[in-house]
Design a protein around this ligand. Structure first.
Ligand code: MF3
Ligand code: CO
Ligand code: CO
Length: 275
């Protein structure tokens, strides 16, 4: 049985109940998420052959500091970076390092800023120079999956409608959906209830209600869906080493649909425009 509670009066820990946020929460999430989207916009010019992911990470840290925000991943469960940078067959949680990006790679940059206590969580894919047509197609399909998932959000629908929309599209395009990671409730907490699955059926899961705030962040592979986590304890890769892509938005459920908090102010959050 799922229960819901007013976000303002609830304790600040994940109890499995789904928080319903009011205008104050929505306003806080708009501000934090806009900052995250602005940093992701800057990445369009920063990502190119020769840039290291540590340089990207340093920019994310300093951009946050300059705007009064802290990266949520810094010292999160032992993670020590301000961003995740996941290249090619890395599915998610790639750790920035000193290796230069190379022509033809695709990199996901995932940023969460905490601004005035609110978490804005978003990620996009960036091509490094010219990329292959197959990679381009995966980026397009993955972004379409995210937007189809978002279109399924409205009060009264079940969370499974999001997963069904994503899985149907991915598999129709002969791609696969990663099962091991999911979207999540977000707000004053980085990771809150509910889990947002990127596969499933429309009649499954909790009912969506106005005021819920969560991420949708499908990871889509060109090959099989299976992943493994490397010995660093973070880096998740496809077992078959096939290419993987991810896009993530933070959204809030409204009266008749949802508001996307992490949309790009410059319209740069779709594939084909970045890089
Ligand atoms: N930003 C990721 C998400 O979308 C979480 C990263 S946690 C980290 O939920 F520790 F790996 F950075
Ligand atoms: Co997230
Ligand atoms: Co994220």
């Amino acid at each position: 049985m799922v229960t819901y509670l007013e976000a303002e009066t609830a304790p600040l820990k994940n109890t499995g109940q789904i928080r319903l946020h009011g205008e104050e929460g929505f306003e806080g999430m708009r501000r934090a998420s806009r900052l995250t989207a602005m940093a992701l916009d800057e990445m369009v010019d920063i990502v190119k052959p020769g840039t290291t992911t540590n340089e990207i990470d340093k920019f994310v840290f300093e951009f946050g500091m300059d705007h009064g925000a802290i990266p949520a991943t810094l010292n999160y469960r032992g993670y020590t970076k301000s961003s995740c940078t996941s290249i090619n067959h890395v599915v998610c949680h790639g750790i920035p390092n000193d290796k230069p990006l190379r022509e033809g790679e695709v990199v996901n940059i995932d940023i969460t800023y905490v601004l005035d206590g609110w978490h804005g969580d978003s990620s996009r894919m960036y091509p490094v120079g010219e990329i292959k047509r197959a990679a381009e197609r995966l980026l397009e399909v993955t972004h379409e999956c995210l937007m189809l998932g978002i279109e399924a959000v409205k009060p009264g629908a079940r969370m499974g409608a999001i997963g069904e929309a994503i899985q149907k599209h991915a598999e129709a395009e002969r791609c696969s959906v990663v099962r091991d990671f999911c979207g999540h409730g977000v707000g004053r907490l980085f990771h809150d209830a509910p889990n947002v699955l990127h596969y499933g059926r429309a009649d499954e899961g909790a009912e969506m209600r106005k005021g819920m705030i969560f991420t949708i962040e499908p990871m889509i592979n060109l090959g099989r869906p299976h992943v493994k986590v490397l010995s660093d304890g973070w880096t998740a890769v496809t077992r078959d080493r096939s290419l993987s892509a991810q896009y993530e938005h933070t959204i809030g459920v409204t009266d008749d649909g949802c508001e996307i908090f992490t949309l790009s102010p410059k319209g740069l959050d779709r594939p084909g425009l970045a890089g």
